[in-house]
Design a protein around this ligand. Structure first.
Ligand code: GLY
Length: 592
């Protein structure tokens, strides 16, 4: 089962950035505490290990995230003795500047925490909420039909009450060791002095220029002088620096009330063509929820993560829980992918029927991951060819409610941070503003989310209500799957990814590859993708996944060759720490 390094190397996809581009993305060392800064050589070495398909190894602490500047900010905190929660705050604040298209203060996040002192897992829900004035028909035309996706996304209509600022404060108040204002130093300095625009940000700005041009503040920032930002440009963001200074001194209150709140509400409510209904009451009422972790047994592990309103842990858990009854023996065997793909389709069928914000709709949360239920679903995988019919199951439930299947759209976006600190605390957080560049509305130097489009645009189907329909105050269903894998009560892996609803197969597949196929964590992260959610198989171009196309089609699958832009960031926790970052994106893992 164990593969040789040479064989593994042949499986890896081509690097997306050259080493020189990585070096260009590294900030000059002009920070206030340069003694704790990472050197360019250290960052370069982390980049090269990723591109060579090798994990970064460390003894004490580790961070893996989507941009070297953000990793550096978190690493400086860890190097100075800060906790994983402290490092996450510093990392998120820099991500909001250098990777603004994916996450930031205007969005939401889910956080999974393993506490080394107590041995307990905590999951925090910092998901956006629907404004109290939003109606279930928010995304329908006058005739009751679903709006076009981008007609709904761009403007104020799609903006939910942001949760990230409250989540940062909550995590710091529970687990922080560093002074709160110190966590803002790097992001504030970079916003004032400027940072180097990365190739990925520049490419996405160019691709989205038409929509970014629709709102003056957004256009002025991303399209200065009417032209898209270019890779290598130095970009300052004084408005973001001002926002950070307010949060550093006033905490999250400085976001949910006062000038920032007023500007946020004005921006949403006065968006031309597509105004929203967010109010000061929505901001004032926002709270982070502490929810029970969802854990599912797979082999010798417990796969633990974020329950409703995320479908992440339930669906990842269902896929692996079904595969626990089978042996997908080898990544080059198409039958491994038949098992994985059909387990995934069965999980997505349950997701579309049952999963939503359980504060608003009854959900068979326990039934969906009950071992007997998963064993029954796993029996459906016994054939030799693709399942012809895939329908939701009937998990045990104490409610007699019938739901219709939803039709929400989730396009790839989002970012993931994994951190282990020197005390052994583990953090796995997936963070988002939903679509790339969110609602395209900008205020205070940050983009506002379009998270409400994660609700089903339809409320009913043939008179039967849809669980994930929009309701005032409700949190839209997510696919984010920040995960901590446990063995005998101790954490052994932190992992998560962006990618819209493909997050679920990205995370499940990587855990499968790591646990069953003998790959180290970087090899598992770099492994080409073959993902199936609704019947069709998406295969990563230029890899052996593409070469599997004829065999999968012979089994009865429709296939599509397409880019699959995961952004997996993972840390394996053993006698040493091994960090991995996705070669499809700009991130790195770094530790010492
Ligand atoms: N908007 C991405 C997610 O929550 O899954």
């Amino acid at each position: 089962m164990l593969r040789t390094l040479t064989a593994i190397a042949a499986l890896l996809i081509a690097p997306v950035l050259s080493a020189q581009q990585a070096a260009d993305a590294v900030a000059p060392e002009t920070g206030t505490d340069t003694a704790l800064s990472l050197t360019t050589a250290e960052l370069q070495s982390a980049w090269e290990r990723k591109q060579a398909g090798q994990p970064v190894e460390a003894q004490n602490w580790m961070i893996s995230a989507a941009n070297p500047l953000a990793v550096e900010a978190g690493a400086r905190i860890l190097r100075g003795g800060g906790s994983a929660a402290d490092a996450m705050v510093a990392t998120q604040l820099v991500l909001g500047l250098v990777e603004p298209q994916s996450s930031g203060l205007g969005g939401g996040a889910f956080l999974v925490w393993y506490d080394a002192d107590t041995g307990e897992l905590t999951t925090l829900d910092g998901r956006e909420t629907a404004p109290l004035a939003a109606t279930p028909r928010l995304f329908q035309t006058e005739s009751g039909e679903p709006m076009g996706f981008f007609d709904a996304v761009v403007g104020g209509r799609s903006v939910g009450t942001p949760g990230t600022p409250a989540l940062l404060e909550e995590a710091h108040s529970r687990w922080g060791r560093s002074p709160w204002p110190d966590l803002f130093d790097d992001a504030t300095r970079m916003a004032e002095d400027g940072f180097t625009v990365s190739p990925r940000l520049a490419a996405l700005v160019t691709a989205d220029a038409e929509r970014l041009a629709l709102h003056p503040q957004t256009a002025a920032y991303f399209l200065p002088g009417g032209e898209p930002l270019q890779a290598g440009d130095t970009l300052t963001n004084p408005a973001y620096a001002q926002t950070l200074r307010t949060l550093a001194s006033d905490g999250a209150d400085g976001f949910y009330s006062g000038d920032i709140a007023r500007d946020t509400i004005n921006t949403v409510r006065s968006a031309p063509n597509n105004p929203g209904v967010l109010s000061d009451l929505d901001l004032a009422l926002y709270s982070v929820r502490d929810r029970p972790a969802v854990c599912v047994a797979f082999r010798i592990y417990d796969i633990c993560g974020m329950g409703p309103p995320s479908s992440g842990a339930l669906s990842v858990g269902q896929i692996l829980g079904m595969l626990d009854h089978h042996a997908p023996g080898h990544p080059n065997d198409p039958h491994s992918w038949r098992l994985f793909g059909d387990a995934s389709r069965l999980a997505f069928a349950d997701r579309g029927r049952y999963m939503a914000d359980s504060d608003y709709v009854p959900m068979p949360t326990k039934g969906l991951v009950d071992p007997d239920y998963l064993a029954t679903r796993a029996q459906l995988l016994q054939g030799e060819t693709a399942l012809e019919e895939v329908a939701p199951g009937t998990p045990e439930w104490d409610h007699a409610i019938i739901w219709a299947d939803d039709d929400s759209v989730e396009l790839p976006s989002t970012s993931h941070i994994s951190i282990v600190d020197a005390a052994g605390n583990v953090l796995s957080m997936t963070t988002t503003i939903e679509n790339a560049f969110g609602s395209r509305l900008m205020t205070g130097g940050f983009l506002l989310n379009n998270e409400l489009t994660d609700f089903s645009f339809r409320t009913h189907r043939d008179g039967v209500p849809i669980a994930n329909r929009l309701e005032p105050g409700k949190r839209p269903r997510s696919s984010m799957a920040p995960t901590i894998v446990m063995k005998d009560g101790a954490p052994v892996l932190a992992i998560g990814s962006p990618g819209g609803s493909r997050i679920i197969p990205y995370v499940a597949k990587t855990i499968l590859a790591w646990a069953d196929w003998g790959l180290d964590i970087q090899q598992a992260v770099s492994l080409p993708h073959a993902v199936n959610r609704f019947g069709g198989y998406d295969l990563e171009p230029g890899t052996w996944a593409e070469a599997m196309q004829p065999k999968l089609e012979a089994m009865g699958y429709q296939t599509r060759i397409r880019d699959l832009n995961s952004g997996l960031h993972a840390i394996e926790i053993g006698t040493i720490l091994r960090g991995a970052a996705d070669p499809r994106r700009e991130g790195i893992a770094f530790g010492e």
